[in-house]
Design a protein around this ligand. Structure first.
Ligand SMILES: NC(=O)CC[C@H](N)C(=O)O
Length: 376
């Protein structure tokens, strides 16, 4: 296989082998600790602008398929694995990971000591890097990494949102319902209308809502409150999405105007925007939380949920206004994992109850949103 290099802005260089597309790309270098779910990770739009390193040492062994996608395409910058599986074996597999990346124009690199890279990021923090198959000169690549933009202050949402509104019908796949603890809503029960504001939404979220018999209309993240209200929703969902939430003034304004008018539920970027709309502040984590094994405590029930996560920014609990409270805490580092407005029907979580991939412990949050729409 041809050579590929990753150069970090602090001068560290890794040399490996190329798979997938060829070329050169910059991005924030981050790591994900999930053992499975690489196709869901690759298609999660929240990874826009990032080069992902998988900590699990063998990736690609079950191939890819047309169903396990979380969006219309691959929005990430690059993908790094210790070892690319030479064989794929799964009855659902329709293509090999390397062909999937090549077709999507995403550069992959294998054959580096991913443990060393991850330990370096954990110590020094997430940083900008350049992944290249065309320029293999260390000094030149490091200079390019230093000159590349980071994530802070950039609006990456407008690169991944849908062009126009549409209605969503797809329900959860039968695979996702294995081991479900949530009772299915009877098809004859209430069918609340959810307007899902899409900032780069993972598709398993509207699949969950549709599974609960919600009628779902997806609108682009740039939608105004008037546009959302004109659809006469029973509830508004705020999606996950890429990058720094702070430059997204238009989204924060829309949420401020919707607060108190309709029940609101936000996931990840959606909860960050909800927090910003209530006056909270955001800071950047040193290296973020990305994986399917993050412990979160629900402060109301005292139960611990094992959650799927992907975020690099977090809400600052110290800036919480009196009418907002923390409902969930990340047990690894005590960061804010969930918030709730005390007087308006509005809540959010920093993690991914839709899983995909990941444990189903937090699925009750969709049911909670459903119930909040029934009471109005
Ligand atoms: N998955 C997400 O919505 C990520 C939110 C935000 N882009 C962050 O990195 O913190």
């Amino acid at each position: 296989m041809p050579a590929a290099k990753l150069a970090l802005e602090d001068g560290t260089v890794f040399t490996g082998e190329n798979f997938g597309a060829v070329g050169e790309i910059s991005g924030e270098v981050v790591f994900n600790t999930s053992m499975t779910g690489y196709q869901e990770i690759l298609t999660d739009p929240s990874y826009r602008g990032q080069i992902i390193t998988m900590t699990y040492p063998l990736i690609g062994n079950y191939g890819v398929n047309p169903e396990d996608v979380e969006s219309s395409g691959l929005k990430l910058s690059g993908f790094i694995v210790r070892e690319l599986s030479r064989r794929r074996s799964n009855f659902r597999s329709s293509a090999a990971l390397e062909d999937y990346l090549a077709e999507a124009g995403v550069i992959g690199m294998s054959g580096i000591d991913t443990r060393a890279l991850v330990k370096h990021i954990r110590t020094a923090g997430a940083m900008t890097g350049v992944l290249s198959t065309t320029d293999l000169d260390d000094a030149s690549l490091v200079a390019k990494a230093k000159a590349s933009p980071g994530l802070v202050g950039r609006d990456l949402v407008n690169e991944v949102i849908p062009e126009k509104s549409y209605s969503w019908d797809e329900k959860l796949s039968p695979w996702a319902n294995v081991a479900s603890t949530i009772e299915k809503q009877p098809a004859s029960g209430p069918q609340p209308h959810v307007v899902a504001i899409d900032y780069g939404m993972k598709w398993n979220i509207p699949r969950h809502l549709a599974d609960l018999n919600c009628r779902v209309t997806v609108v682009p993240g740039t939608a105004t409150s008037a546009e959302v209200l004109a659809l006469e929703p029973d509830g508004v969902f705020l999606s996950n999405g890429p990058g720094d939430p702070r430059p997204l003034d238009y989204a924060i304004r829309t949420i401020q105007e919707l607060l108190g008018k309709k029940p609101i539920f936000g996931i990840c970027l959606g909860q960050q925007l909800l927090g910003l709309a209530t006056g909270m502040e955001i800071y950047k984590l040193k290296f973020g939380h990305r994986g399917a094994n993050q412990p979160v405590m629900n402060k109301q029930s005292g139960c611990v949920e094992i959650t799927s996560q992907n975020h690099g920014f977090a809400l600052d609990a110290k800036t919480m206004p009196d009418d907002v409270e923390v409902t969930h805490v990340n047990l690894n580092d005590d960061t804010v994992s969930g918030i709730r407005h005390k007087t308006h029907a509005a809540f959010g979580v920093q993690y991914h109850p839709e899983a995909s991939a990941g444990p189903h412990d937090s699925r009750y949050l969709f049911e909670q949103f459903y119930q909040s729409m029934l009471v109005g």
